[in-house]
Design a protein around this ligand. Structure first.
Ligand code: ADP
Ligand code: MG
Length: 260
């Protein structure tokens, strides 16, 4: 479904030293899989997703989505940005924001009932009744739900999520993690979820890729053998959950101290 082969990304700088963000990263994601990428701040996670979404070009290496090399934004892939409050349009209502996804992708003409589709996904994320509100009238968690509804309305095969819950309070964050797991259970998109939060990565995923500090490489790949459906209390108290957390934590701190 999604293959990254020896991806390397260096940012040029005018007259200065270029920044090597990604040294070399290779991995594969299967259809319907939920994979998280965890790594420290500044290690190149957003850079990786921007490459996958076809928004920037790799320095070398290859990205293949559905047997086609990515050279422009591929169809069926949706990138949910880190800063939801900047991705929503303040002058548009909640419903119009959700429909904007379809407009951008020129899917509006393809979707037979775009408004109905948008309303359906607003309901899926628990925002029925808020369609006439404006983003600034909603809490952070609700705004992020709008952004998720907009992504879902485009019915992407692959959803790329860049630290989507990073700036939310702990309670809203765990609520939205569970909303996401429920959605994934229903729609089974392929999800690549980027976070710097180890617990979040383990809790959500089938597999976790651990990135090094910049320039990033994959330090380790961990298959998460925890049964589903997961629950915030039960899953996080599971002995294996605690072992996975210790394993990843140790890998990240050892890597950080080796490099500093
Ligand atoms: N457009 C850009 N131009 C130059 N350097 C960049 C650009 N975007 C990111 N970087 C640098 O690349 C590195 C990785 O950034 P980023 O991918 O945003 O990391 P993360 O998402 O893991 O925090 C950082 O050192 C950052 O300063
Ligand atoms: Mg980032």
């Amino acid at each position: 479904m999604l293959t990254v082969q020896q991806l390397r990304k260096e940012y040029a700088s005018k007259g200065g030293v270029p920044t090597l963000a990604i040294e070399e990263v290779s991995f594969h994601v299967k259809e319907g899989e939920f994979v998280s990428i965890v790594g420290p701040s500044g290690c190149g996670k957003t850079t990786l997703l921007m490459n996958l979404a076809g928004l920037i070009t790799p320095t070398s290496g290859e990205i293949v989505v559905n047997d086609r090399q990515v050279v422009e934004p591929p169809e069926g892939v949706f990138l949910l940005f880190q800063e939801y409050n900047r991705s929503l349009l303040p002058w548009r209502s909640v419903l119009a924001n959700v429909m904007y996804g379809l407009e951008l992708r020129r899917q509006r003409s393809k979707a037979r009932h775009p408004e109905e589709q948008a309303r359906r996904y607003l309901e899926v994320v628990g925002l029925q009744g808020f369609d006439r509100h404006y983003p600034w009238q909603l809490s952070g968690g609700m705004q992020q739900r709008v952004a998720i509804a907009r992504a879902l309305t485009c019915e992407p095969e692959i959803l790329l999520m860049d630290e989507p819950f990073g700036s939310l309070d702990a309670q809203t964050r765990s609520d939205l993690e569970d909303v996401l797991l429920k959605l994934w259970d229903e729609f089974r998109q392929t999800i690549l979820f980027v976070t710097h939060d180890i617990d979040e990565a383990i809790y959500l995923s089938d597999r976790v890729l651990v990135l090094s500090t910049r320039p990033s490489r994959i330090l380790h790949e961990l298959t998460i053998d925890l049964h589903r459906p997961r629950s915030q209390l039960g899953t996080k108290a599971d002995r294996r959950f605690i072992e996975y957390r210790a394993q990843i934590y140790e890998m990240i701190t050892t890597n950080a101290s080796c490099r500093s």
